[in-house]
Design a protein around this ligand. Structure first.
Ligand code: C2E
Ligand code: MG
Ligand code: MG
Ligand code: MG
Length: 284
């Protein structure tokens, strides 16, 4: 995949590269074996608290290291996993890995960061993801406030009682819920009051323009103010520059994540990140 870009350059295998049907079939059959072959890995991207810089949070992001094709983007394999029904096994695996990593960090005497895990709507409608999360917490002895579940607007749109009751179960157990990619879907405002949520994540597409485009700035400003009135905290996605941070701080955004702070990184590197954070705040 990384042809012509030098040996050490990992490039993502992207959705457009998957259009050829033969390519697609190969990837699907490889995918079914990939879990067994342990080709998946959880990366962590730090989430910074503007008001509480000592709080540790991160988002878990799946990576597939294909032995021939290199790194395959989750934008490619998550839709595939949903289509072929492997999203359940993949979701279970990711949750367990995160809980294991958290245990490992604690065993090393590090504070335990709160980790946000993405879930797809299929995990709610074809499975009982709430029951699975609670079982996994019990099995690992972890505390429910160590986890945040990220859901998307498409899940809430369905307004199924089944989905509602699972979300309620999770929240009653102390797991916080974040609405991901806010602003990219139907952005119906009615579900913001109809569902009990904890965080709103403003999609990167809005954050991108907030410095140059006064309309984008107005949109994020309004989203943040509205979220706060509803008792939600706001996470800005895809912050890439100091100028964007300045706008977001001015608008009282609560948390931010993006390349400006750190890219998603393997567990070993994230552990070093935690260690550095701990040093900074214990010396103050
Ligand atoms: P997402 O949940 O919205 O995750 C944020 C995406 O934005 C990640 O892409 C992250 O690497 C990227 N990102 C973060 N900061 C920046 C930035 O400053 N600039 C730019 N250009 N991008 C930034 P990634 O890792 O490729 O993941 C893509 C999507 O795949 C995720 O979007 C999520 O919807 C899905 N995904 C990833 N892991 C999982 C998983 O375990 N389960 C499910 N169901 N979906 C997952
Ligand atoms: Mg997410
Ligand atoms: Mg997102
Ligand atoms: Mg996004």
């Amino acid at each position: 995949v990384a042809k012509g870009e030098g040996k050490n350059c990992w490039r993502f295998f992207t959705p457009s590269m998957l259009q050829a049907t033969r390519e697609r079939r190969t990837v699907i059959s490889d995918f079914t074996l990939a879990l067994k072959r342990q080709e998946f890995e959880v990366y962590y991207q730090p989430i910074l608290g503007y008001g509480r810089p000592d709080e540790l949070k991160a988002e878990a992001l799946l990576r597939w290291k294909h032995p021939q094709k290199g790194m395959i983007s989750p934008a490619v394999f998550i839709p595939l996993a949903e289509e072929v029904g492997l999203i359940h096994a993949l979701g279970d695996w990711c949750l367990k890995r995160v809980l294991q990593d958290q245990q490992k960090w604690q065993a090393e005497g590090l504070p335990c960061p709160v980790i946000a895990i993405n879930t797809s709507a299929k995990q709610f409608t074809h499975d009982d993801v709430a029951r699975k999360w609670l079982q996994a917490l019990r099995d690992s002895g972890a505390s429910s406030d160590q986890l945040v579940m990220e859901i998307t607007e498409s899940l809430l749109l369905q307004r199924q009682t089944e989905v509602l009751s699972q979300l309620r179960t999770l929240r009653e157990a102390g797991i916080r819920i974040a609405l991901d990619d806010f602003g990219t879907g139907y952005s119906s405002l009615s579900y913001l009051s109809a569902f009990e949520l904890d965080y709103l994540k403003i999609d990167r597409s809005f954050v991108q323009g907030i410095v140059q485009n006064s309309k984008d700035e107005a949109v994020t400003d309004a989203i943040i103010a509205m979220a706060h009135k509803l008792g939600l905290e706001v996470v800005a996605e895809g912050v890439e520059t100091l100028e964007q941070e300045e706008v977001l701080r001015r608008q009282h955004c609560d948390f931010a994540q993006g390349y400006y702070y750190a890219r998603p990184m393997p567990e070993a590197q994230y552990r070093e990140f935690i260690q550095k954070q701990v040093k900074v705040y214990s010396s103050q």
